[in-house]
Design a protein around this ligand. Sequence first.
Ligand code: FO1
Length: 334
Amino acid sequence: MTQLHRVTVLAGGVGGARFTRGLLALLADAHPGADVTVVVNTGDDMWLNGLRVCPDLDTVMYTLGGGINEEQGWGRPDETRRTSAEIAAYGKGWDWFTLGDLDLATHIVRTELLRNGATLGEATEFLSGRWQPGARLLPMSDQPVETHVRLRDAADEHEAGSLIHFEEWWVRYRAGVPATEFVQVGLESASAAPGVLEAIGDADLVVIPPSNPVVSIGTILNVPGIGDAVRETSARVVGISPIIGGAAVRGMADACLTVIGVETGAAAVGLHYGARSGGGLLDGWLVAEEDADAVSQLTDAGLVARAVPLWMRDVPATAAMAEAAISLVSPPSR
Ligand code: FO1
């Protein structure tokens, strides 16, 4: 296998972070010296209690930096909620959204940096200085591009047809309130963050991990220039299915796929991203063993496809997935 030198990952929250952890373990062993850049979704970001909260950037940073709450997949372990309880006592904030005391420190420091003129990318670099994630973390954009959700029906104080922040739909309603569209607020005046387009264009390999294909990967790809950069890069592009056995592994990816009219299936998501030979994003697509019957449909569409174990039960299992992804699209070693 040819040595990799520059790998770029597009990541959302938990799935993307966990996969990247396994990828880093594999690269350290099989491709020493390879540099990894993670382009992270910022569509979940919000202003809350005067603080800029960046759920996916923090999930990737904590996961790769060893500070993640492993059971939850987000936030810090051994958390307390004394401050958020006091905020709720004032009737402020979102009482259904947990801002733990330890996690709050990240939002406080980030907000201080932003108020002092730092870009989100600069603030992320500063925070990463403490956590040492072992990869460069880049926000997809330095400008805010929040994902909002249009409700089909009324819910609590929200009228039918109104827009609510994605996190409210995701956490308060567990994606259980029917939605008709996702709106990326600010997209038209956003640009890719410095370094993002180069990281995609100069990579040997671009990876689309098992993040939410709609509100994480789709959000990143919609930032002006990023989708085209993936389609045009000389890098090989490989994706890993977030759907196993026809069901979303995490979160409510199926609810998001329904909103955009894509079936919840390993083949459907791979075809949604599309084969580069057909103007799409992917050279290769890994599906789970449970979905081995999808391989022929994918190869018919011009993708290289393979069925392997896709449960990220631990770092070695995830590293094996990363190895399968890399070898799926690697040119035969001479
Ligand atoms: N997810 C929840 O299900 N409940 C929460 O209260 C919650 C709080 C939270 C705070 C900070 C943070 O970085 C993430 C948080 N998440 C919470 C997870 C978050 O909704 C998801 O990680 C992403 O937005 C979707 O990938």
